[in-house]
Design a protein around this ligand. Sequence first.
Ligand SMILES: *Cc1c(COP(=O)(O)O)cnc(C)c1O
Length: 469
Amino acid sequence: MANKIDFNAWAHTAAEWSAHYLESVAERPVRAQTKPGDISAQIQPAPPMEAESMQAVFDDFKNIIPDGMTHWQHPRFFAYFPSNAAPAAIIAEQLAAAMSAQCMLWQTSPAATELEISMVDWLRQAVGLPKAFSGVFQDTASSATLCAVLNMRERTLNWRGNEEGLSGHPPMRIYASKRTHSSIDKALWVAGLGQQNLVKIDTDERYALNIDELQQAIETDRANGFLPAGIIACVGGTSMGASDNIRAVCQLAQKENLFTHVDAAWAGSAMICPEYRDLWDGIDAADSIVLNPHKWLGAPMECSAHFVKDANSLKRTLSIQPEYLRTHDQSSIENFSEWSIQLGRRFRALKVWFLFRAYGLNGLQEMIRNHVRWSQTLAEQLRATPQFEIVTEPVLSLFTFRCTKGDPANIDNLNQQLVNKINDDGRIYLTQTDHDGKKVIRFMTGQFDMQQSDIDIAYETIVEIASQL
Ligand SMILES: *Cc1c(COP(=O)(O)O)cnc(C)c1O
């Protein structure tokens, strides 16, 4: 290649920039304050024909990109769910990028495969799952859920769907509560099952899927010639933390011979603290579980742990072996591309190894316990503040609230204005959601480095900006 760069010097420059960025990120507005098109206007419309100096490239990076970013590593990021990058895990990502291995087969990087087996198992132990579960690191929960849906589909069709397609078979049905994540809808689209075959069951007063209604829906579907294939249960839903009764769901699934997948993308990380495990009581009976270390635990994007009870069933769904992928000379331990959609895959386990070792389970538990406690403190402060109400109680570190000031008919509008003004202000970042027809404000703590003082700033900011409306 032309233009050989001084890798050593630039790697140091990048490391210095990264360290400074993380030290000073709290001084930036949390949400990007740019308008649509601000950034693209600064990017050349076509690729350069001639090589440019790294200095020019790096200067443009510094001048254009950071101001156009929303800062997920900001300690006052209270929106969505976190996307934490613990510093030790960032270092692991740098090392993985330097090797840039394609870890599709054991033989294409034995260390990556064997470390992945170990790290999935460390995580299994950390969240208290029994030995019966093995697993894989997928890119995202969306992918893990798609793999689980494909597994349900193939199991129901006795592994004929991949070969024959779906047209000769009765429609399959999958059941989930009305409060589950859109990635489940999308998984049914992509798996060829169709949105209308995702049967959405009402929830009860605790926001859990109504088991009687689920039982009824399965019976009605069987009577009408549909093929029930599986149930997707949720622990810690995205909007306000809705969680299903996993024990009851799994019992019903076993009785009906259905496959259960549990989406614990966010809340699953908190299961490293035994005192929160009531939230997924009965989980041992699930067939498939997804939780995202790239959310709350501190592994940089992308790292989604997909645990399964019967790995062979997943592999029978997804394994394909043309000659060029066969490994004849070695007996492989595991080829993780047979557990997922993508063939090529990154070395994801390295960051999990660094994460667990550099912070210890104790350190990670302490972080999560602090987040839960601080979030609950803020909920109590807001509850005690006139013209504020808590709409949904904290589930771990997530709750929703509203400002009730002024004309009751204008309340949705007022709360949207409040969210917009808070995010324009830049000291904190949070988002709105719809809860049973009401516009409410979500508050979630989870950033790796946040402190109790950040909660004080959140309270001041919310109350101050609300008083100006
Ligand atoms: C975040 C989230 C997802 C989607 O996760 P990705 O890894 O971004 O695909 C799915 N389900 C729940 C409950 C989530 O919180």
